[in-house]
Design a protein around this ligand. Structure first.
Ligand code: SF4
Length: 726
């Protein structure tokens, strides 16, 4: 294949010999790009390409998607089940029967000895929706523990909580097409070019056509901030103050949409009284954005015919993440920007199937956005699953971030981790290590046997990865897309669906509860349960999803296609149909820099890595861009401390320390350092992770550290190398 034929040295792309292309969906971020994996004549995956007629990515992929086909042969994969009696023993290979028997025996022993809730389950945002649904049926309907949650508490629970508080239900109301209609965009704590490159490309293309203003709110000069019309370098953790001040200006200057507020919201008077306290002069002193800028942004947003807000972890990973989401929703409700083209509150989700777990896993309730607290929902699901409704708890149990402390206090004795890696992803690594060591029984189910958390397990269950299985993911814009089975699972590993179904047989030998064997049959059950609900998928089928390259719910039976936006009729999910405007006072409870720890510690993603690098750290052409733990530091601050660019330095917080390579850059202010969160034994040795009271999501991005130069650079390099070995 040749480009630039008229030029002297045309670029040549190697023909990798793909003879067959199989349809799938990217298994990294929540953008939801459609991918075709190319297989050569030996059936080996040799290439990948974006699907040209898929609306999400229109033929494009980012570096992770382009190289994703290499995952099938990455090192560190689990090949066989592993067993040991104690953590300090060497693992022994085992048969699946032995591993599943040991797991179910231990779950039963712990539950009979300490009570049903003494065994906890924490899953992920990475497996298929059909697998989430099946795990939920097993956890809620057969095992019966209420301490069951997902690692999405670390990334999306503030968005879930905020949507529920404002609109009466989870579910992002907007879509990517909104970029093509909007007249003003504010991005809060969202660095699209690195986190969601293809959403960024959609936004950028729309902006080139229509030149709408882009305002970026972020303490760091991110890639997106560099391209913005206005960059509001906010003080960490003070978004709520800025949002209240924007609302203050809008109401003080009469720029609100009175008709929308009167017809579709309640709580306006209390909200108005609260934001009256957040005048721009006072707010500027807290959030660090000057009063004129606050007024200008408020006017720009409220006067735009349609305006939209997007956000990611800069809002969610905060002690007031849920309030931040509600405040964004407030802004869009008072300006009438919900459910219309270009007007929306769009949470950009994290993991490829964080939405799938929110919708169907039963972690926070029961499947299909049903609640444990509602008798009608319990009865309906109990009847459908053929279980006793009294077996269900009447309110949700602990979040992931409360399950781990409950191990510390002895309330929880056994844990099953599915495709999640708390040894790297949870704040305060030293505390998590001690926590896992206290468990009587830990089972780790993962595609990789070398995942850090597996060092603490008694049983390892090797699982299939991405397109070694079949099923669906839901992306940020509620689009359900299909992953076709491209490869058999590696070694003797099994699809997560098979593992859940097999464990179910140990709890229900007579087969009282039906566990369909194929993903498509599970999908049929979900369709039935979705009928008439907000997330109606009854009009979907695998064939139709593939043919349309994904369908957005609601897609009721008989519908030709999906629905791009929620709440276009102004009817919300609360009884009475009105959204809530909520008054949100700011409580400043974060750890802050002081004389001993004078820097803000900020963290985030880089484009070439995903989460804890279990996958991207194994692909050479990705890992080479940032193979080692590093930090961005302002050159003036570095010079003052005698810290040099390209050398190692030590970061110290009240929790621990980490050795990082220094990268001097003006992207960060003099009182801040930024560290990518992907590395083991790095940023989370330092973080405090105070929890949001509503969502229980940790404040990963607000902690205080000091920076120390290191004289022994050779020893520092050895420590840094050890951290990157994972
Ligand atoms: S943008 Fe996200 S979904 Fe698309 S290819 Fe990249 S990682 Fe995959």
């Amino acid at each position: 294949m040749l480009f630039g034929r008229s030029k002297k040295n045309p670029i040549k792309l190697t023909d990798k010999g793909a003879v067959e292309w199989k349809y799938t969906t990217c298994g990294y971020c929540s953008t939801g790009c459609s991918i075709e994996v190319g297989l050569n004549s030996d059936g080996k995956a040799v290439s990948a390409r974006g699907v040209g007629d898929a609306d999400v990515n229109r033929g494009k992929l980012c570096i992770k998607g382009i190289l994703e086909y290499e995952l099938f042969e990455t090192p560190g994969r689990g090949r066989v089940p592993l067993l040991r009696n104690r953590r300090d023993e060497t693992f022994q290979q085992a048969s699946w029967d032995q591993a599943l028997m040991r797991t179910t025996d231990e779950i039963k022993r712990i539950q009979s000895q300490y009570g049903r809730d003494a065994f906890a389950i924490v899953s992920t945002g990475q497996i298929m929706t059909e697998e989430f649904y099946t795990l939920g049926k097993l956890a809620r309907g057969l095992i019966g523990t209420n301490n069951y949650d997902g690692n999405t508490t670390l990334c999306m629970s503030s968005a879930v909580s905020g949507y529920k508080r404002s609109f009466g239900s989870d579910g992002p109301p907007g879509c990517y097409e909104d970029f093509e209609h909007t007249d003003c965009l504010i991005a809060f704590g969202s660095n699209l070019p690195e986190q969601h490159p293809i959403i960024y490309w959609r936004m950028r293309e729309a902006r080139e056509q229509r030149k709408f203003p882009l305002i970026v709110v972020d303490p760091r000069v991110t890639m997106l901030a560099q391209m913005a019309d206005m960059h509001l370098a906010i003080n960490p953790g003070t978004d709520l103050v800025l949002l209240n001040a924007l609302a203050h200006v809008i109401l003080a200057e009469g720029l609100q949409d009175e008709q929308y507020i009167a017809s579709h919201t309640e709580g306006f008077e209390d909200f108005k009284a609260l934001v009256a306290q957040y005048d721009p002069v006072s707010a500027a002193k807290i959030c660090g954005i000057d009063e004129d800028t606050i007024r200008n942004v408020a006017r720009l947003y409220a006067n735009a015919p349609s305006a939209m807000s997007i956000w990611t972890m800069g809002i969610n990973q905060s002690t007031h993440g849920s309030d931040g989401v509600v405040a964004i929703n407030n802004l869009n409700l008072i300006t009438g920007n919900i459910g219309k083209p270009g007007g929306t509150s769009l949470s950009i989700t994290g993991q490829c199937n964080a939405m799938g777990t929110r919708e169907w896993s039963s972690c926070s309730g029961l499947p299909g956005y049903r609640a444990l607290e509602k008798e009608k929902d319990r009865e309906e699901i109990a009847k459908f699953w053929n279980v006793d409704p009294e077996f269900f708890p009447k309110k949700r149990g602990l979040f992931m971030t409360d399950i781990l402390p409950a191990i510390e206090t002895g309330q929880i004795k056994g844990l099953w981790l599915i495709a999640t890696n708390p040894m790297t992803s949870m704040p305060n690594t030293a505390r998590i290590r001690k926590t896992l060591e206290r468990l009587e029984f830990l089972v780790v189910q993962d595609a990789y046997a070398d995942v850090e958390t597996n060092e603490y397990s008694h049983v390892f269950l090797p699982a299939g990865l991405w397109a070694e299985k079949e099923g669906c993911f839901t992306n940020t814009e509620r689009r359900v897309n299909l992953i076709r089975n491209v490869m058999p699972p590696h070694g003797e590993s099994k699809p997560d669906l098979w593992i859940f179904n097999s464990i179910a047989k140990h709890f229900d030998a007579e087969g009282k509860v039906r566990f369909p064997e194929t993903a498509e049959a599970v999908f049929d059950e979900m369709k039935q349960l979705s009928k008439g609900r907000l997330l109606d998928m009854s009009g979907m089928s695998y064939a139709k999803i593939e043919q349309q390259r994904g369908l957005q719910w609601p897609c009721p039976d008989g519908a030709a296609t999906g629905t791009p936006r929620l709440y276009s009729d102004g009817v919300f999910q609360y009884p009475g149909g009105k959204a809530k405007l909520l008054a949100l006072p700011f409580v400043d409870n974060n750890e802050r820099p002081d004389d001993e720890f004078p820097f803000w510690l900020n963290s985030g993603r880089v484009v070439e890595h995903f989460h804890t690098r279990t996958r991207t750290g194994k692909i050479g052409n990705q890992n080479k861009f940032s193979p080692t733990p590093y930090m961005e530091m302002n050159p003036d601050a570095a010079a003052e401390l005698g810290v040099e660019h390209g050398r190692y330095a030590r970061l110290v917080s009240r929790r621990g320390d980490a050795v990082v390579l220094v990268q001097c850059t003006q992207r960060v202010s003099r009182d801040m350092v930024f560290v990518p969160f992907h590395y083991h034994e790095c940023v989370n040795r330092l973080t405090l992770g105070l929890l949001d009271p509503h969502s229980r999501q940790p404040a990963f991005k607000q902690a205080a550290v000091r920076v120390e130069p290191i004289s022994d650079q050779t020893a520092a390099a050895a420590l840094n190398l050890a951290a990157r070995a994972y």
